[in-house]
Design a protein around this ligand. Structure first.
Ligand code: NAD
Length: 332
C-alpha cells in the first residue's frame, strides 16, 4: 500500500521503517493532516495519523476525493476522527488499541511524584547552588485517597501502582470492573463522592461528548481544598479556564498535565523562538504548582515499537482484503 505518514517525529521514523520490512511504501511528512494538507495524500491508499491530526469531515472528504481508502491511527484515542463521516465515505479506520498502558500510567505517577516532592523546583535550585529546603515540603502518598476516573487499561495500571504506595483508591467508570475491585480493594463510587473525598484525582476516561469538560467550575467546587489534579488523557476533559480559577483560589493545589485542549497548535513543535500567542497556557505556566509535559506519556521504546508493529499489521490486514480486529467505527 502507498501510505502517507503525517506528523512524523524523528524518534519514530526508523522504528516504522524497521517494522515495515519494505511491505508498504511509506512516505513520511512532518506536517499535520488537516483539510489544507489532505491534498498531499493524492493517490495514496492510506494515511497514517497521530493524536493532533485533524480527520474531521472536511478533511475526510478531501482524502476520499484523492483516493484514500484507509486511515491508520498511531494512537489508542480516536476523538480526532469523524467516524460517522468516514463510514459514509467508505473510508476504513483502525487504531492501536493497546501499546503500553504502563508507559502512560508510569508517566502519570511521575507527574504526581514530581509535583508532590517538587522535584523540578528542587533540581533548579540545586543547580543554582541554592541548597535550601524551604517551600519543598511534600506529603506521604501512603494513606492518601486517590480518585481514578476511568478504570480501563491505563487506569488499572495507575491503580496497581498507587495501591503499591498504600493509597486508598476511589474509582469511577461507566462500567465497573468487579475483578479489579477485588484485586486492589478499590471502591467504585459516584463522581461527586470521588471529587469530595480525593486528595489526588487522575483522569483516564476517553474524550467523548459525555466527558468533555467534566472538570469544570461545578466539579472543582466539590473537590478538597488543595487537591492534586492530573490529566494524561485528553485536554478537553478539563475546562482549562475553570482550572486556572481553581489554581488562583488555591482550591487546586497541584496540576499535572500531559494534554491540553489547544495542544494541536503547540505540542510536538519547537516554539522556543516564537512569541507565545496562547494566553491560557501562558497563565498556566506562571504557576509554580503546575507541571506540563507535551503529550509524552506514551513515549517509551516499548510503546513506540508496539505502535509501529500494530499499525503495519492493520495495513497488512487490509492489503490482504481482511478486516483488522483494530478497526473502529461510529459504534466503537
Ligand atoms: P480504555 O478504553 O482501556 O479505558 C477507558 C475507560 O474509560 C473504560 O473503562 C471506559 O469504560 C471508561 N469510560 C468511558 N466513558 C466514560 C465516562 N463517561 N466516565 C467514566 N469513564 C468512562 O482506554 P485506555 O487505554 O485506558 O486510555 C484512556 C485514555 O488515555 C484514552 O482514551 C486516551 O485519550 C488517553 N491516552 C493518552 C496517552 C498519552 O500519551 N497522554 C496515551 C494513550 C492514551
Amino acid at each position: 500500500m502507498n501510505v502517507i505518514v503525517y506528523s512524523t517525529h524523528r524518534f519514530e521514523k526508523d522504528i516504522f521503517i524497521a517494522q515495515n520490512q519494505n511491505k508498504h511504501q511509506l512516505k513520511f511528512l512532518d506536517l499535520q493532516l488537516n483539510a489544507e494538507t489532505a491534498y498531499l495524500a493524492k493517490d495514496a491508499d492510506a494515511v497514517c495519523i497521530f493524536v493532533n491530526d485533524d480527520a474531521s469531515a472536511a478533511t475526510l472528504e478531501k482524502l476520499q476525493a484523492n483516493g484514500v481508502q484507509y486511515i491508520v491511527l498511531r494512537s489508542a484515542g480516536y476523538n480526532n476522527v469523524d467516524l460517522k463521516k468516514a463510514n459514509e465515505l467508505g473510508i476504513k479506520a483502525a487504531r492501536v488499541p493497546a501499546y503500553s498502558p504502563y508507559a502512560v500510567a508510569e508517566h502519570t505517577v511521575a507527574l504526581m511524584l514530581a509535583l508532590n516532592r517538587k522535584v523540578i523546583r528542587a533540581n533548579a535550585r540545586v543547580h543554582d547552588l541554592n541548597f535550601s529546603l524551604e517551600g519543598l515540603t511534600g506529603f506521604d502518598m501512603n494513606g492518601k485517597t486517590a480518585g481514578v476516573i476511568g478504570t480501563g487499561q491505563i487506569g488499572q495500571v495507575v491503580i496497581k501502582i498507587l495501591n503499591g504506595f498504600g493509597c486508598n483508591i476511589l474509582a469511577y467508570d461507566k462500567f465497573e470492573n468487579a475483578a479489579l475491585q477485588q484485586q486492589y480493594n478499590i471502591t467504585y463510587t459516584d463522581l461527586d463522592t470521588l471529587y469530595n473525598k480525593s486528595d489526588i484525582i487522575t483522569l483516564h476516561a476517553p474524550l467523548t461528548d459525555e466527558t468533555r469538560y467534566m472538570i469544570n467550575r461545578a466539579s472543582i467546587e466539590k473537590m478538597k481544598d488543595g487537591v492534586m489534579l492530573i490529566n494524561t488523557s485528553r485536554g478537553a476533559l478539563v475546562n482549562t479556564k475553570d482550572v486556572i480559577n481553581g489554581l488562583k483560589t488555591g482550591k487546586i493545589g497541584y496540576l499535572g498535565l500531559d494534554v491540553y485542549e489547544e495542544e494541536s497548535k503547540l505540542f510536538f513543535q519547537d516554539h522556543s523562538e516564537d512569541i507565545l500567542q496562547d494566553d491560557v497556557i501562558s497563565r498556566l505556566l506562571s504557576f509554580k504548582n503546575v507541571l506540563i509535559t507535551s503529550h509524552q506519556a506514551f513515549l517509551t521504546d516499548t510503546a513506540l515499537n508496539n505502535i509501529a508493529e500494530t499499525t503495519i499489521y492493520n495495513l497488512d490486514c487490509w492489503q490482504k482484503n481482511n478486516a483488522s480486529p483494530n478497526e473502529i467505527n461510529s459504534e466503537s
